[in-house]
Design a binder for this molecule. Structure first.
Ligand code: FO1
Length: 329
């Protein structure tokens, strides 16, 4: 952590991949200095409950409660509710653990009482012992929809029920035109003490795009005083987890690290990629620095090391590297 320069860090994150880096950041950035803007395009209403998967993955990860095996939900989970639901012929394709259920019930009744998702998220995260701020990308509902060869599908139907099998033709973020960044997000991005904005190695199409599609978000990031650094979620043409590569291919973009960088071209000061992808990105002639580093986060040390690399890159950019210069490790 720099002692003299700006201190605050804002990260944009979806679910698992983003939460891993958020955990790394939380180990080297003071909790009061770290804000994570979470995708809510995956949110949906299920069995009458308001489910916010990416917010909850971040909460559980930062609280040390995450289920490392599943990548979602809690590690200390039991499944009596699901078993009982199955027994009475209820819908059982989306698994809600007994402990996890408490959050969905609490969120649902507080939303119904007119509270903001931002306030509810803050209170629950604090109760779980999470220090950094987790901010939903907006307080109004945005719902990702997948146009596919099996028709138009709500996101979780595509992702969980159909296991990402349908061929994706287009993505839509229903409600996004009426959404706005919350005052908390606006304050975080306009803070003069901002050290870096980090675009986590989350799926660009379904995790980061919905955040950037909120009217006012892209310009708030473009106008912020700090370097903006993204980390590639693609390594040598493959996504480490999830359907990122499949979706990029099906939509005709191609699954390369440089394709992802191109989506953030107007925002970036630097892009961090695995060594294998360095030349591809350098040859693309981007107007920002390319940094080669280990981006695969297997261990806790990997998460922290990548967080350090990203912040060091941001500090170098701020301290005078030009946006077109090559940054070396
Ligand atoms: N993902 C699954 O693949 N299967 C599930 O049954 C499932 C349940 C679930 C419950 C709560 C929650 O917060 C997340 C859950 N997820 C499940 C993960 C989630 O749907 C996706 O990983 C994200 O939306 C993608 O980031």
């Amino acid at each position: 952590m720099t002692s003299t320069g700006p201190q605050k860090v804002v990260a944009l994150s979806g679910g698992i991949g983003g939460a891993k880096l958020a955990l790394g950041l939380s180990r080297i950035v003071a909790p009061e200095h770290l804000t994570i803007i979470a995708n809510t395009g995956d949110d949906f209403e299920h069995l009458g409950l308001a489910i916010s998967p990416d917010i909850d993955t971040l909460k559980y990860t930062l609280a040390g409660l995450a289920n490392a095996e599943l990548g979602w939900g809690r590690g200390d989970e039991t499944w009596n509710f699901m078993a009982a639901l199955r027994d009475i012929g209820g819908e059982d394709w989306f698994n809600l653990g007994d402990r996890d259920l408490a959050i969905h019930v609490e969120r649902t009744h507080r939303l119904a009482a007119g509270e903001r998702l931002t306030t509810i998220t803050k209170d629950i995260a604090r109760s779980l012992g999470v220090g950094p701020s987790i901010l939903p990308m907006s307080d109004s509902p945005v719902r990702t929809c997948v146009e596919s060869d099996q028709g138009r599908l709500p996101f979780q139907d595509y992702f969980v029920r159909l296991k990402c099998a349908p061929v994706v033709k287009a993505l839509e973020f229903e409600g996004v035109e009426d959404a706005r960044p919350s005052p908390e997000i606006e304050r975080a991005l306009s803070d003069p003490d901002l050290r870096a904005v980090i675009i986590c190695p989350s799926n660009p199409l379904i995790s980061i795009d919905p955040i950037l599609a909120v009217p006012g978000m892209r310009s708030a990031i473009a106008n912020c005083k700090a370097p903006v650094i993204a980390i590639s979620p693609i390594v040598a043409g493959k996504a480490l987890k999830g359907p990122t590569a499949k979706m990029l291919d099906e939509l005709g973009f191609g699954a390369t690290a440089s394709v992802v960088a191109d989506r953030y071209r107007d925002l970036l000061s630097a892009y961090v990629v695995e060594a294998d992808d360095y030349d591809d990105c350098l040859n693309a002639g981007f107007p920002f620095a390319i940094e080669a580093a280990r981006t695969i986060m297997t261990s806790l040390d990997d998460r922290e090391a990548l967080a350090r690399t990203v912040l060091a890159t941001a500090d170098r950019v701020r301290d005078g590297e030009t946006r077109t210069e090559r940054v070396t490790v």
